[in-house]
Design a protein around this ligand. Structure first.
Ligand code: KIV
Ligand code: NA
Length: 273
């Protein structure tokens, strides 16, 4: 059994093994990812944009997350499964945060939850960890705060915001997180934060010095409709494959080229007479 756990993640950092992470939202893709040996699968609230057609992550609900986490968790034998806590499901009260975090493990089947924010949420993080639920942090560009940030842009470019991110990282580590996502921060800042922590950092748009990397699956496979950020390397063009396949199907059906006998059941004897 090669199940990745919080201990494995920490050991990977110590041994200098890069942690590989991607998002997934359904059974078939999660099964493929798991079988490739990927370490970490995030059921991200990027679900909203990647598969539900929303314009941001803000409308994603707990029910959405539980529903998709179930499918991913069923498929994943070895990867560490993390589920995002959606917008406002951990900010109202500690009690609320604990109940919602628990649902993602008990109903969804995740091994850990991820929350966006720094110092402000450290007490909540501590409460969730104390309840036995591993927490992954997420600082830098935190998409649930897009309206406050004024858009999807690089964070920590000046000394003041950089030092805020460093103290966020430290307070989250003290609160007991098992890993920290750094999104859209300059290379040198991500490096400094990574070197200052004993738990691994997972970067997205955060340069090569993080302990691991994550991308949104639909972005790296070329299935995302619309804007793709600068930090995305596209490894395939699935959009094109789907279009070509469906166009061929339409043409085959309209020209009576499908189904042929090969794809049909033989006539019944009684029909032949
Ligand atoms: O929701 C998501 O996909 C994420 C990753 C980009 C880290 O939070
Ligand atoms: Na997210």
């Amino acid at each position: 059994n090669d199940k990745v756990t919080v201990s494995t993640l920490k050991k990977f950092k110590k041994d200098g093994i890069k942690i590989t992470a991607l998002t997934a939202y359904d059974y078939p893709t999660a099964k493929i990812l798991d079988e490739t040996g990927i370490h970490f699968i995030l059921v991200g609230d990027s679900l909203g944009m990647a598969v539900l057609g929303y314009e941001s992550t803000i409308p994603v609900t707990m029910d959405d997350m539980v529903h998709h986490t179930k499918a991913v968790a069923k498929a994943a034998k070895n990867a560490f499964i993390v589920a995002d806590m959606p917008f406002m499901t951990y900010n109202i009260s500690k009690e609320d945060a604990l109940k919602n975090a628990a649902r993602l493990l008990a109903e969804g089947g995740a091994q850990a939850v991820k929350l966006e924010g720094g110092v402000e949420i450290a007490e909540t993080v501590k409460a969730i960890v104390n309840a036995g639920i591993p927490v992954v942090g997420h600082i830098g560009l935190t998409p649930q705060s897009v309206n406050k940030l004024g858009g999807y842009k690089v964070q920590g470019k000046d000394d003041k915001t950089a030092s805020k991110l460093k103290s966020d990282a430290k307070s989250l580590e003290d609160a007991g997180i098992c890993a920290l996502v750094l999104e859209c921060v300059p290379i040198d800042l991500a490096r400094e934060i990574t070197e200052s922590l004993s738990i691994p950092t997972i970067g997205i748009g955060a340069g090569p010095y993080c302990d691991g990397q994550i991308l949104v699956l639909h972005d790296m496979l070329g299935l995302t409709q619309g804007h793709k950020p600068k930090f995305v390397k596209q490894y395939a063009n699935i959009d094109k494959i789907i279009r070509e396949s469906v166009n061929n199907y339409i043409s085959d059906v309209q020209n009576s080229l499908f189904p042929t006998e090969e794809y049909s059941f033989a006539s019944r004897k009684s029909d032949v007479k």
